[in-house]
Design a protein around this ligand. Structure first.
Ligand code: SAM
Length: 265
């Protein structure tokens, strides 16, 4: 694919547009990717750079599709499961665990690996739960709803859970697995932009916002963290990615000892 020439000003315009729509702060390393994506979309729509930029500004779906190609949606089952195990151990020791319906929000769920990993662990413990799983990207949500994954995505899933909650594909699905319906039914997928969308009005026992704030700048991360704080029940949990930190942000969470990526309200 032929990439196009992009002046510094044009790159800055595009970078600003992506930032305003998603909070994602593109770094120079994404320039080449951006150029080839632009060339492809300009050819497809028959528009000049200027025309395409106005189109991008006006069409939310196009900008999100565009953002999709410059961010990483990388995820896998049981990724960074230490904080999830900690949350589950606590939930499972609660005296009201038989009557309480645990509500969890995966706020940047990508292709669904994260919410389904949570769901199989809740299910194994016999807890009553529901998971809201959201992302800015339509394409990852479409994959999530299907619940079909390449085998390499599930290599961290413990054998008994693999056996109970997944079906191995055959024929044209050789090398793939499908999440069973009894798990899928616990998860509601929805589009949600952490930057622009108002937080849900109901409250959650735990909110996970993992491996997305690495793309945000300080002020954007601070706004997101404080918006999510409001959606968490008293003593509820907030989990971020292992490579992320709330250290320089103004926030009201308390750290959970020994699990640096886990916080409590
Ligand atoms: C690397 S994935 C993380 C997936 C999962 N949480 C994990 O830790 O494996 C980051 C996800 O954040 C999503 N994302 C980026 N900007 C977003 C925004 N402003 N609002 C909601 N989701 C966003 C991307 O579409 C992508 O699917």
């Amino acid at each position: 694919m032929n990439a196009i020439a992009l002046s510094r000003k044009e790159y800055q315009n595009l970078k600003q547009l992506v930032y305003e729509a998603s909070g994602i702060n593109l770094h120079e390393g994404k320039l080449e990717l951006l150029k080839s994506k632009l060339a492809k979309r300009m050819r497809f729509t028959g528009k000049s750079f200027k025309e395409y930029l106005s189109f991008l500004k006006a069409d939310e779906k196009e900008i999100i599709e565009f953002i999709d190609t410059v961010t990483t949606n990388h995820s896998f089952f049981f990724r960074e499961n230490n904080s999830i195990e900690m949350i589950l151990t606590d939930f499972n020791s609660r005296p009201d665990k038989k009557t309480h319906r645990f509500k969890i929000w995966c706020a940047a769920c990508s292709t669904g690996d994260e919410p389904y990993s949570l769901a199989v662990q809740f299910k194994s413990l016999g807890l009553n739960f529901e998971i809201l799983a959201t992302d800015i990207s339509h394409s990852v949500l479409a994959t999530a709803v299907r619940g079909i994954y390449r085998n390499d995505k599930i290599k961290n899933v413990p054998k008994p859970m693999l056996h109970n909650y997944f079906q191995r594909g055959s024929g044209k699905y050789q090398g793939y697995i499908r999440v069973k319906k009894e798990i899928i039914d616990h998860v509601r997928f929805q589009k949600f932009n952490l930057i622009n969308d108002p937080a849900p009005s109901h409250k959650f026992d735990a909110v996970l916002c993992r491996n997305v704030m690495i793309y945000f700048d300080h002020d954007t991360s601070e706004k997101v963290v404080n918006k999510l704080y409001e959606t968490i029940l008293p003593r509820g949990y907030f989990a971020i990615g292992n490579a992320e930190s709330l250290m320089n942000l103004n926030h009201r969470f308390k750290s959970v000892p020994k699990v640096p990526s886990l916080y409590k309200k």
